[in-house]
Design a protein around this ligand. Structure first.
Ligand code: CUA
Length: 356
């Protein structure tokens, strides 16, 4: 054996030092990797910053524990492996060591209680309701999201296939589902919650950064789960008010005399933009819009030679005629509601035009 001439105590102290050195270097590398790698999408909400800081703290606390345990295990396997002729060298069995047991119970307990307390504080903070919060109702179904806003003119709720939220104002989402369990998630906001049939769930977010971010479904909900994606637009409060007013006016058939906003609510919506915004390309291939979705029928093929009445019926009442090879219920039946009449009209005309 290597250390035959040194005393056994000195030898195990040398091993311990070696172990500690490897453990510290590996921990530093592990923490550095954990902190330096950019794991997350943009921080688009005030909550995002708190959540990401919590993540960093968890990395700091947990990586060294994991690395140290792994180093001890691997080091022991390598250093103390049994070589031929050493079968009888097994040391005397040890029955407990009170000091060691107190230490290894206390340290993890302190770490856990501290991390739980910190997480609890962050959670209650970011879930805190603000007085000026605005409500948006989110309805999930196979395989789309529809967003409902309180009508500024006092009429029926304003529906939209796209999520628009004002910067700097807390949005309180009421999340619902029409069929199976979905999960409403905007990764850039860092907050998510299940959409459960028959139950209202709630989520609060304060959008911070202007931009467009994906809305995704985070609960396996069927064939179209992966394409159950839309867009969240964080816009200035002024732009938001304008967008909502335009949309409310569109719903009341006042399409003609609105001021054409920058948000897409003009007198004549662009059919191709409607196709893109409503997420049609997630499921349908359409050469003109450059989409290749395969969950629903290929529109270049399926709509060839069809008239506008057929196209409109296929969008508004998809169960009326099911394309061969596709099952009923795959296409959401809500677009007749979530698209405003002018948008539906533009979409139908656009599809008729590009599919010939
Ligand atoms: Cu809806 Cu997955």
């Amino acid at each position: 054996m290597a250390g035959e001439e040194t005393a056994p105590g000195a030898e195990s102290r040398a091993h311990l030092k070696e172990l500690l050195a490897i453990g510290v270097v590996s921990s530093v590398l592990g923490v550095a990797l954990g902190i330096l790698i950019d794991w997350f999408p943009a921080q688009a909400s005030e909550e995002a910053e708190r959540v990401d800081t919590l993540w960093d703290v968890l990395i700091f606390a947990s990586v060294p524990v994991f690395v140290l345990v792994m180093v001890v295990v691997l080091y022991s396997v390598w250093r103390y492996r049994m070589k031929p002729g050493e079968e009888e060298k097994d040391g005397p069995p040890i029955h407990g060591n009170t000091r060691l047991e107190i230490i290894w119970t206390t340290i993890p307990a302190v770490i856990l209680v501290a991390l739980c307390s910190y997480s609890y504080v962050v959670l209650t903070d970011i879930e805190d309701a603000r007085a000026d919060a605005m409500n948006v109702r989110v309805v999930g179904e196979q395989f789309t999201w529809t967003f409902y806003y309180k009508n500024p003119d006092g009429g029926e709720d304003v529906a939209s296939p796209q999520l628009y939220v004002p910067q700097g104002r807390q949005v309180s989402f009421t999340v619902q589902s029409k069929d199976v369990i979905h999960d409403f998630w905007v990764p850039a906001f860092r907050m998510k919650i299940d959409a459960v049939p028959g139950v209202d769930t709630h989520l609060r977010v304060t959008p911070k950064t202007i931009g467009r971010y994906p809305v995704v479904c985070a609960e396996l909900c069927g064939l179209g789960h992966a394409v159950m994606r839309q867009t969240a637009h964080v816009v200035t409060p002024d732009k938001f008010e304008q967008w909502l007013a335009d949309r409310a006016a569109m719903g009341e058939g006042g399409g003609e005399e609105q001021a054409g906003g920058e948000t897409g609510g003009g007198a004549a919506p662009d059919g191709k933009a409607v196709f893109t915004d409503a997420g049609c390309g997630g499921c349908h291939a359409l050469a003109d819009a450059n989409t290749t979705g395969g969950t629903g029928p290929d529109l270049d093929e399926g709509l060839k030679g069809k008239d506008e009445a057929f196209i409109e019926e296929s969008i508004v009442d998809p169960s009326a005629e099911i394309a061969q090879g596709y099952s009923d219920g795959l296409m959401p039946a809500t677009f007749g509601n979530s698209l405003q009449p002018a948008e539906l009209d533009a979409l139908v005309k656009y599809l008729a035009e590009v599919t010939g």
